[in-house]
Design a binder for this molecule. Structure first.
Ligand code: FAD
Length: 152
């Protein structure tokens, strides 16, 4: 089993797409992530996995909070912006939610405090306690075999 085979296998797991957002010293930073899951109902916990080399890694540690924005099928461009797949800088408008920046028109925004962090190989698993959330109707952006997909 080499790295490519492992990536190919993991890519067979169809997911939604999120953008993680946080703010440090008045600067907002976003990062596309599909390693996201719901963990616990009581307390309400979610989990994200962030690569140690990602800028987001240190920023979450500093901010001690983050938001998860679950993207709709109309927000593919947001995913591309925050994955570095669009090279030119784009001006993205954020809104404040519970003291954390969020992306408007997402299917869901979850404002979280860092509840726990576990190092796992070359990633860190951040467990977030959900402080508040917004939910909207719409179809999700999906990701499968390294490509964006639409469910509808
Ligand atoms: P950078 O690479 O510096 O920033 C990412 C991009 O966002 C840059 O282009 C930057 O210009 C832009 N950006 C950041 N903040 C702003 C702002 N305020 N306004 C406008 N633009 C801004 N990596 C993981 O660690 N975990 C995952 O679960 C994960 N899942 C992914 C799922 C998908 C579908 C894709 C495509 C990528 C995924 N990645 C994941 C990879 C990750 O998104 C990229 O490696 C990303 O570039 C890492 O971000 P960074 O924090 O290092 O910041």
């Amino acid at each position: 089993m080499d790295d490519r085979m492992f990536r190919t296998a993991m890519g067979k797991f169809a997911t939604g797409v999120t953008v993680i957002t946080t703010e440090v010293d008045g600067e907002v930073h976003g990062m596309t992530a599909n390693a996201f899951m719901s963990v616990s109902l009581d307390p309400k916990l979610v989990l994200i996995s962030v690569g140690d080399k990602a800028r987001m890694h240190d920023l979450i540690k500093r901010a001690d909070k983050f938001a998860v924005n679950i993207l709709s099928e109309e927000q593919k461009e947001m995913s591309m912006i925050f994955a570095g797949q669009i090279k030119e800088e784009r001006n993205v408008a954020f809104e404040d939610f519970e003291g954390t920046p969020i992306i408007k028109d997402s299917l869901v925004n979850l404002a979280c405090n860092v509840y726990d962090a576990h190092e796992a190989g070359d990633h860190t698993l951040f467990v977030g306690e959900v402080l508040n959330l917004n939910v909207q109707d719409g179809e999700p952006l999906a990701f499968f075999e390294g490509k964006y997909k639409q469910i509808s």
